[in-house]
Design a protein around this ligand. Structure first.
Ligand code: LLP
Length: 417
């Protein structure tokens, strides 16, 4: 048992669905991101069926993993999207996603990005400041359009997560304080090219308790009442993303319990419910496959130097995040404690500390729970080409992103004359 249903040992060899990770390494090389189609589909269906009869739209947070094959699979399941840039909008469109099921979040949308989104006809702009609203109103006017808007409210709720990914406290840069949001809705007539259609919040990521979600939803409901009493027709409530996953020993609420809690909390109102999950859809559907290059034993520590690094998976270096690391071939031999590190020239370049493993040069390792914020946050630091990505569908390996080449990396650079 690995704790991840699509990643299982058979005769001590790690499989994803019906394919061995060893075969993937042989065919595609390492480092390589490996996703399970079944795991992704199952997570989406869990969200969707938990809403049962409630009018809802699941808007996948594209930033978690923006590969167009993943967006396309979700679009085919009926999923909508939460984007934060013009680039993500282009990906959604290229993947066959529906702009009318797309919401646009983010504190710094440029005029160009807003223009693209108005042209595409998205469902809603989640507006994060009065200045942004003024700019959008002017732009919509110049384009002869009406922009659908939901104000992102900052509910001042503690999400109890890593400070870098907590977004709903009043000192965070995100959202508009409730009283200011109220004033904006009251002066809706001052924005003739805006249609106020929703209310939105998002308080953070990797939340492992339901209480902060409930607190934020209740604040949104209070505001909804006041806004409606002013005669503004709100048709949807966007409750954001943020549901956590199990990386190690966390016990986040299940998708079903999370959605049920949201539905219960909002049962007195008839608005359509939107949510923006990222990590909980794709996080545990993906791993990073890497190979041990060298073992190095010093009096202080044992190092396993692997071919994946902080440029491929930044989460350990950036948040001190824990990812389970599993051997692709399990052995009964005695283990040693290893520092699993990459080749990048920084002490912060590690994937895991003090892992008990039996290792030899050339062994393959699976860094688990790497489907979300892995590839999408990767970089070319140390002029390292980005990893390949594959999607496994039962017995088939689909290459969904080729490994970058060194030529790709230097193509857009040039020498001085
Ligand atoms: N909606 C908005 C407006 C967001 O900012 C985010 C994530 C989401 C939805 C999706 O949240 P999720 O369901 O994935 O928790 N790089 C960090 C996570 C950053 C999350 C940023 N915003 C990490 O690796 O943990």
């Amino acid at each position: 048992m690995t704790g991840f249903p699509e990643f299982i040992y058979r005769n001590d060899e790690l499989f994803v669905e019906s394919v061995t990770l060893k075969q993937i390494a042989e065919e595609v090389g390492t480092p390589c991101y490996v996703y399970s189609r079944n795991a992704l589909t199952r997570a989406y269906q869990e969200f969707d069926s938990a809403f049962s009869d409630r009018d809802h739209l699941i808007c996948y947070a594209v930033k978690a993993n923006s590969n167009i094959a993943i967006l396309n699979l979700l679009a085919r399941l009926g999923c909508g999207f939460d984007i934060v840039s013009g680039g993500e909008l282009q990906r959604v469109i290229k993947a066959g996603g529906d702009p009318l099921k797309t919401v646009f979040s983010g504190v710094g949308k440029t005029l160009e990005e807003m223009r693209m989104a108005l042209d595409a006809g998205i469902l809603c702009f989640n507006v994060e400041s009065e200045a942004e609203l003024v700019a959008l109103n002017q732009l919509a006017h110049s384009m002869g359009k009406i922009a659908p808007v939901s104000l992102r409210v900052n509910p001042d709720v503690d999400a109890k997560t890593h400070p870098y990914i907590s977004t709903g406290l009043k000192e965070n840069k995100f959202g508009i304080p409730s009283d200011q949001a109220m004033k904006i809705y009251q002066s809706a007539h001052a924005y003739p090219h805006i249609r106020f259609s929703g209310l939105d919040c998002h308080i953070g990521s990797q939340l492992t308790e339901l209480t902060p979600f409930m607190q934020a939803s209740n604040k949104l409901l209070d505001l909804l009442q006041t806004v409606q009493s002013q005669g503004v027709a709100i048709t949807h409530l966007d409750l954001g993303g943020g549901l956590g996953i199990r990386y190690r020993n966390e016990s986040p609420p299940s998708i079903k319990d999370y959605v049920s809690a949201l539905c219960t909390c909002t049962q007195a109102v008839s608005q359509k419910i939107l949510i923006e999950p990222g990590r909980s859809l794709i996080g545990n559907a993906g791993i990073l496959l890497t190979r041990v290059e060298y073992l190095k034993h010093t009096p202080a520590r044992n190092f396993a130097i692997v071919d994946a690094a902080m440029n491929d998976l930044m989460r350990p270096a950036l948040y001190d995040a824990y990812h389970e690391i599993m051997p692709v071939l399990r052995s009964a031999q005695p283990t040693s404690s290893y520092q699993i590190v990459g080749p990048v020239c920084e002490t912060g370049d590690f994937l895991g500390h003090d892992r008990s493993l039996h290792l030899a040069q050339g062994d393959l390792l699976a860094v688990m729970s790497a489907g979300a914020y892995g590839m999408s946050m990767s970089s070319n630091y140390n002029t390292r080409p980005r990893a390949a990505e594959v999607m496994i569908d039962a017995t088939t390996i689909h290459l969904i992103r080729e490994r970058e080449t060194l030529a790709h990396l230097m193509d857009s650079e040039c020498l001085l004359p």
